[in-house]
Write a protein that binds this ligand. Sequence first.
Ligand code: NAD
Ligand code: FES
Length: 288
Amino acid sequence: MHTIIAKQQLSPNVTRLDVEAARIATIRHPGQFVIVRQCEGAERIPLTIADADTEKGTITLVIQAVGKSTCGLVAMEVGEAIRDISGPLGHPTEMITQGRAICVGGGVGTAVVHPMAQGLSRAGIEVTSVIGGRSKEWVIFEPELAELGEVVVCTDDGSYGRKGFVTDAVKERLDAGGIDVVYAVGPVPMMRAVANLTRPYGVKTIVSLNPVMVDGTGMCGGCRVDVGGTTRFACVEGPEFNGHEVDFDLLADRLGTYRDFEEEASRESVNNPTSRCTGDTCRVGLTH
Ligand code: NAD
Ligand code: FES
């Protein structure tokens, strides 16, 4: 059991939970994730480890409430316990050893970019974080990223920071030169746009993919993605891949497979919000 020791609402549908998981906090690396089950028989939800505190023995999970199971998780309160947290899973982020990096975070993906920026900064890399949200209230992890280097905030409506998508600010930095690598995490259209932007500059671009996951161990094939014309399993071979080789159309297509079921379950949980876990949602994972 993993007790929730802190809870914070980061944006209208994104919640941060700091949860006891001492072993994972000690051995995790940037880019790795866990699979969470709220109770026995519940849906398995892949979530990136957004941060960890080895002294307190806690990890930080950032959850976008988009379906029944994620709504159940964010309805949990401090003092309640999550049944299972498996991990750390996946490959750690591929770090550069010198140079300059841009870390691009779109919406809730900013929480996934945070441990990458943290790892790079700790390795002595100069990091600029470019983060975006629909409007001011959707911008997350700005203070945490500001501790690691320069932060450029973008909002679609201009209510905070620069007006426009993150790609506008990334393009300016690429034009200025001196960028060795770009890391990008966010909605599929954003990662595709960043990869298309960096390609002509020849700047290496790493994206973190969020396909449907079930077991997280390479057995079920639920998380398969196409990278460079080869099928790869994101849970054991990723979740990070070369953005210039990812088939984003296929990823978007597969992510849409369960949308109708998800919307139905989501409507149900909005009408009946509860942290009580019924264990009847053991279907597919959603996002991390
Ligand atoms: P959002 O749709 O509000 O977009 C966030 C920001 O991304 C925007 O403000 C903009 O700056 C940028 N963006 C969006 N579309 C763009 C485009 N076409 N071109 C350039 N920039 C663009 O984000 P959200 O609602 O927080 O994210 C939801 C999606 O992100 C979900 O579909 C979820 O599955 C996905 N997600 C992915 C990961 C991952 O690991 N890749 C992690 C968490 C969530
Ligand atoms: Fe089953 Fe990756 S989640 S193989």
